[in-house]
Design a protein around this ligand. Structure first.
Ligand SMILES: Cc1ncc(COP(=O)(O)OP(=O)(O)O)c(N)n1
Ligand SMILES: Cc1ncsc1CCOP(=O)(O)O
Ligand SMILES: [Mg+2]
Length: 226
C-alpha cells in the first residue's frame, strides 16, 4: 500500500574532478564556502592511476578532508576503503570496488558508506541489506565525466526510491535538469561537471543556482507518494 512521505529536499553531493590540485582546491573552497554542499567525494581517477598514485592521493585527500572539516561537511573517498579508514572518513564503493562487509569492518560506524547500484533495484536491495548508507543510481542523464555510463529509466529510479534506503542520483545532472526528478524522495544529488568543470569564479554562483533548483523542487514536490 502507498503511504505519504513528507517531501525532503535533496542535499548537494559534490564530487571532485581531475583538475590540477591547486585549481581543484580553490574550486572546492568556493563551493564549500556557499554552505550548500552537504557531502563531498574525493574522486581523483587520474591521480589514483599515477605511478605514485597512492602517496599523491593521500596527500591530496588529507588537504581536502581538512578543508571540508572547516565547513563541517562530511567526506567520502571514492573506491579506496583503506585510504578512507586512514583518514577517518567515509567511502563510496562501486560493484567492482570490493565487498561491503570488508569496508564496514574498516570504516568507523559513524562514517558514510555508499554503493553504486546503477539502475538495478536488486542491487539497491542488496546495498540496504549489506548496510550501505545510500544507494547510488545512475546515470540519470548522459554524463560527460563518465561517457560510458548507461542511463537508467525513471521507473527504475522510482522503484529504487521505494526500497527503504537513502537514494543518491548521479550522472549528467544540472541545475536545469534536476527538476525532472522533483517528487522523488532523493537524499543526495551527486554532481561533478555541472559545478566542477566551471572556472573558479563561476563555482559559487552555480551553487546558488543549485539552491534555487532545490527550492523549486520543494515547491513542486509537496507530499509525495512512495
Ligand atoms: C555517488 C557516486 N555514485 C556512483 C559512483 C560511481 O562509482 P563506480 O561505479 O565505482 O565508478 P567510479 O566512480 O569509480 O568510476 C560514484 N563514484 N559516486
Ligand atoms: C561517477 C559517475 N557514475 C555514474 S555517472 C558518473 C559521473 C557523474 O559526473 P557528472 O555529474 O559530470 O555527469
Ligand atoms: Mg569505483
Amino acid at each position: 500500500m502507498n503511504h505519504l512521505q513528507s517531501a525532503v529536499v535533496p542535499q548537494l553531493y559534490l564530487l571532485t574532478n581531475d583538475d590540477e590540485f591547486e585549481r581543484l582546491y580553490q574550486k572546492l573552497e568556493a563551493a564549500l564556502a556557499t554552505g550548500l554542499v552537504g557531502l563531498l567525494q574525493v574522486r581523483r581517477k587520474k591521480t589514483a592511476a599515477l605511478p605514485d598514485g597512492t602517496a599523491t592521493l593521500l596527500a591530496e585527500a588529507k588537504q581536502i578532508v581538512e578543508l571540508a572539516r572547516r565547513y563541517q561537511v562530511p567526506v567520502v573517498i571514492n573506491d579506496d576503503s583503506a585510504l578512507a579508514a586512514k583518514l577517518g572518513v567515509g567511502v563510496h564503493l562501486g560493484q567492482q570496488d570490493g565487498k561491503m562487509v570488508d569496508a564496514k569492518r574498516q570504516i568507523s560506524p559513524d562514517q558514510i558508506i555508499g554503493r553504486t547500484c546503477h539502475g538495478q533495484v536488486a542491487l539497491v536491495k542488496e546495498a540496504k541489506q549489506q548496510g550501505a548508507d545510500y544507494a547510488a543510481m545512475g546515470a540519470v542523464f548522459a554524463s560527460t565525466t563518465k561517457p560510458k555510463a548507461d542511463t537508467i529509466s525513471y521507473q527504475q529510479l522510482k522503484e529504487g526510491c521505494q526500497q527503504g534506503i537513502d537514494i543518491c542520483v548521479i550522472g549528467g545532472l544540472s541545475a536545469e535538469n534536476v527538476g525532472a526528478l522533483a517528487g522523488l524522495p532523493i537524499k543526495y544529488v551527486a554532481v561533478v561537471g555541472d559545478i566542477m568543470d566551471l572556472p573558479i569564479a563561476q563555482i559559487a554562483p552555480r551553487c546558488q543556482q543549485w539552491q534555487q533548483a532545490f527550492a523549486k523542487w520543494h515547491a513542486a514536490a509537496g507530499d509525495v507518494k512512495v
